[in-house]
Design a protein around this ligand. Structure first.
Ligand SMILES: Cc1ncc(COP(=O)(O)O)c(C=O)c1O
Length: 400
């Protein structure tokens, strides 16, 4: 009998974390590696948020809190949902967890039964399928296309729904493509969901505030109020507020689901860090002024990366609406050989050779369920991005 659980054998470690670790290892060994694999902003956490954390420590707010968050933070989430989306929630409808990751995981753990299916458009954030598997459910992956800017169509969603579908996971702007659904594109999907009342919607709005060229973010429960009673809207402070290390995420949804999520959290991790919660109160209630200059920086970097990658023979790099990722296709490079003799059979071979032969770390598309592509995170300095793109250009030109 195996000591480790059978469930675990179906789950793989996060490939994005693995790639970042490999790049760090090469760097530590003295190699001049440029890392474009990490999913976190290079900006510092805004000062007002840090100050709120220091004040919380000074005031002794360092003890256990309610397992799924302090009322002040739940209230700040309610105010945010009203302010940004016109949606009303009470404190009993809010769950605060240790990062967006925990709230998503809690929701799946709280609802999955054997045979339950979860529709996940690909490319997807790496953790969705594995979280579904850990929770005992079955991921149903539906591949989008570059031709449709990596967005799921209403027909694809309709075709994927079965009597066993429990959740549809929706993520806009997307990790890894940056694709953001317009109101009309989202409405086409919510119209389908209105015809299938047994399907719940898990909307992962983590990149809400990172949107460019006037893209107007919207979330399913605001686009189709008829879905309010079966939508869990998940978000967090990690990306927009440059708070990845603070570990605060939150979700808003029906009371019964939120209570079930609280039960899981109360028997596993208990409350997220009390100090981080007070910092998150300030993030949500305080000034949002830094978002505009941060987004101008991200947009400039996105344009730089798209331009330099799209001009490479064999690479197609669409311009996405948001987040801080691009997801170029390398269809035109498959079958070529690197100077060291590696055949680019797939995107994993491409990313590995790029790291080993050109000192640039990216994440291969297979990790996100759609190939042949790779993900570039442009949340790093313009100088590093330019140098990385020059290296990618040189590497691709050296392929035979
Ligand atoms: C789409 C998406 N959802 C959720 C998360 C989790 O964020 P957190 O760091 O708050 O757990 C991430 C982080 O990379 C993400 O990209």
């Amino acid at each position: 009998m195996s000591f480790l659980s059978a469930t675990l054998s179906r789950v793989k470690p996060s490939p994005t974390i693995a790639m970042t670790a490999k790049a760090a290892e090469l760097k530590a060994a003295g190699r001049d590696v440029i890392g474009l694999s990490a999913g976190e902003p290079d900006f510092d956490t805004p000062q007002n948020i840090k100050d709120a954390a220091v004040a919380a420590i000074a005031a002794g707010k360092t003890k256990y809190t309610a397992p799924d968050g302090i009322p002040e933070l739940k209230q700040a989430v309610c105010a945010k949902m009203k302010r940004d989306h016109g949606l009303d929630y009470t404190l009993a409808q809010i769950s605060v967890g240790t990062g967006g990751k925990q709230t998503l995981y809690n929701a799946l753990m709280a609802t999955m039964n054997d045979g339950d299916e979860v529709i996940i458009p690909a490319p997807y954030w790496v953790s969705y399928p594995d979280m579904v598997l850990l929770a005992g459910g079955t991921p149903v992956v539906v591949e989008t296309t570059l031709a449709n800017s990596f967005k799921l169509t209403a027909e694809q969603l309709e075709a994927a729904i079965t009597p066993r579908t429990k959740w549809f996971i929706f993520n806009s702007p997307s990790n890894p493509t940056g694709a953001g659904y317009s109101r009309d594109e989202l409405k086409a999907l919510t119209d389908v969901l209105m015809r299938h009342p047994h399907v719940w919607i898990m909307s992962d709005d983590m990149y809400e505030h990172l949107a460019y060229d006037g893209f107007e973010f919207c979330t399913p429960a605001e686009v189709e109020p008829g879905l309010y009673d079966r939508t869990l809207t998940c978000n967090g402070v990690s990306k927009a507020y440059a708070m990845t290390g603070w570990r605060i995420g939150y979700a808003a949804g029906p009371v019964e689901l939120i209570s079930a999520m609280r039960k899981i959290q109360s028997q596993s991790t208990s409350n997220p860090c009390s100090i981080s919660q007070w910092a998150a109160v300030e993030a949500l209630n305080g000034t949002q002024d830094f978002l505009t200059p941060n987004n101008e920086t991200f947009k400039r970097r996105r344009d730089l990366v798209v331009r330099m990658l799209d001009e490479i023979d064999g690479i197609t790099c669409p311009t996405p609406e948001g987040a801080f990722y691009v997801y170029p296709s390398i269809a035109g490079l498959i079958g070529k050989t690197t100077p060291a003799g590696t055949v680019i059979e797939n995107d994993e071979a491409f990313a590995t050779a790029l790291l080993e032969e050109a000192d640039v770390a990216v994440v291969f598309g297979a990790a996100f369920g759609l190939s042949p592509n790779f993900r570039v995170s442009y949340a790093t300095s313009d100088a590093a991005l330019t140098e990385a793109c020059v290296r990618i250009q040189r590497f691709c030109a050296s392929l035979r």
